[in-house]
Design a protein. Structure first.
Length: 376
């Protein structure tokens, strides 16, 4: 076993060495050239200067004045060559940036939809016969004729195994992508007709790994209030309301500086549950009509999950919004009005937790695997 492992490791090292040899040779060439240029100029200058002094064309004073100038010129020439590798990398980076700028976004604002957005009074959200393949994997169908519907005030959940298309559905609802066929509709109007910025201004997304920024808790929460037409809302009243809804008001009030507490780089001075609840408060501060939760508790421990789940349940209680949750832990979506069970990109079961548990199908099997039944 040890010998086979060493052989495999040796093969990996040999492959890495083979791949890195051209780069090492390139760097070594420019390093050698830079050193040669620097010392070559010095040697040539010293030799020629001595000849001029010997023939009487230069005095010793003149020789040293010129030699110092030659010395610094040689150093500058040598330093220039040391930057050759960096220049090559820079050229490659510039070419990559220019390539990125040349790519036309698939979902973008156009002259025809620049002022067209959804009505503020959300009534329904639906997905009709949606199929989808990622542009980089055109032969791999991720969604296969998905149908989903939700009314204002409802809480729906998407569950399934890895690769079942749950997170892809969230991307379609957020309109990061448009479906390859079928449609995503808001109030019976295809979202593809809306200006994507105006459409997203009514949506909040809470992901598995929240992103917090260097600054205070207040600043991180207020970021969620900014839209295309509004500035950051730093008012105490709205931020405190969002904190209460996110079950983090008590924790913040226990801090010496309260909302003005610094969260540190990427929020690392806080626990995972605290970061997630701040992200939920940031999502709620704009009072979104659509709240999307993409496995928002899957990375938390049991106690943090309990607290965060309480915040999510409270957020879903609003009768003015639609909440869509993707979940791996089924205990987090037991209270959903409707649960959609997806297998390989296709919805195979729809119903409440109790209905699906009694049915004895895919969802019931998932509950059993997680030791969760309707009496728990």
């Amino acid at each position: 076993m040890e010998g086979k492992t060493l052989d495999r490791f040796g093969e990996k090292v040999d492959g890495l060495l083979k791949d890195s040899t051209p780069f090492i040779a390139h760097s070594s060439f420019w390093y050698a050239l830079s050193q040669s240029a620097e010392f070559g100029v010095l040697a040539l200058g010293f030799w020629y200067g001595c000849r001029l002094v010997a023939t009487g064309e230069y005095t010793v004073k003149q020789f040293f004045i010129v030699f110092v100038a030659v010395f610094f010129s040689g150093q500058a020439a040598g330093q220039f060559f040391t930057y050759a590798t960096s220049i090559t990398k820079g050229v490659g980076a510039v070419n990559y940036i220019m390539w990125l700028r040349s790519i036309k976004p698939i979902v973008a604002e156009t002259s025809s939809n620049s002022n067209f957005g959804p009505d503020k009074d959300l009534q329904s959200l639906g997905v009709s016969r949606a199929e989808f393949t990622y542009p980089t994997r055109p032969k791999d169908r991720v969604l296969r004729g998905i149908d989903i519907s939700a009314k204002k005030g409802s809480f729906i959940a998407l569950v399934g195994g890895s690769g079942s298309g749950k997170s892809t559905m969230i991307s379609l609802l957020e309109r990061f992508y448009d479906p390859s066929s079928g449609s995503v509709d808001r109030d019976a109007t295809s979202v593809s007709t809306f200006n994507p910025r105006l459409f997203r201004s009514d949506i909040s997304l809470v992901q598995q790994e929240p992103t917090l920024y260097q600054g205070t808790i207040r600043e991180n929460i207020a970021l969620g209030s900014a839209t295309e037409s509004t500035e950051l809302d730093m008012s105490e009243e709205n931020i405190n309301a969002a904190c209460r809804d996110a079950n983090i008001a008590e924790f913040i009030s226990s801090l010496p500086e309260g909302l003005n507490t610094q969260v540190g780089n990427r929020g690392l001075s806080l626990s995972g549950g605290q970061r997630q609840r701040i992200a939920i408060a940031r999502a709620l501060v704009r009072n979104p009509r659509i709240l999307l939760l993409d496995e928002a508790t899957s990375a938390l421990d049991t106690e943090s999950e309990r607290v965060v789940q309480g915040a999510l349940n409270k957020a879903a209680e609003s009768g003015e919004r639609i909440t869509v949750a993707v979940a791996h832990r089924l205990s987090t979506i037991r209270g959903a009005d409707r649960i959609y069970v997806s297998v390989r990109g296709k919805v195979v079961e729809v119903g409440s937790h109790d209905e699906l548990s009694r049915r004895g199908g895919v969802y019931a099997g998932m509950c059993k695997a997680q030791s969760l039944d309707r009496e728990v």
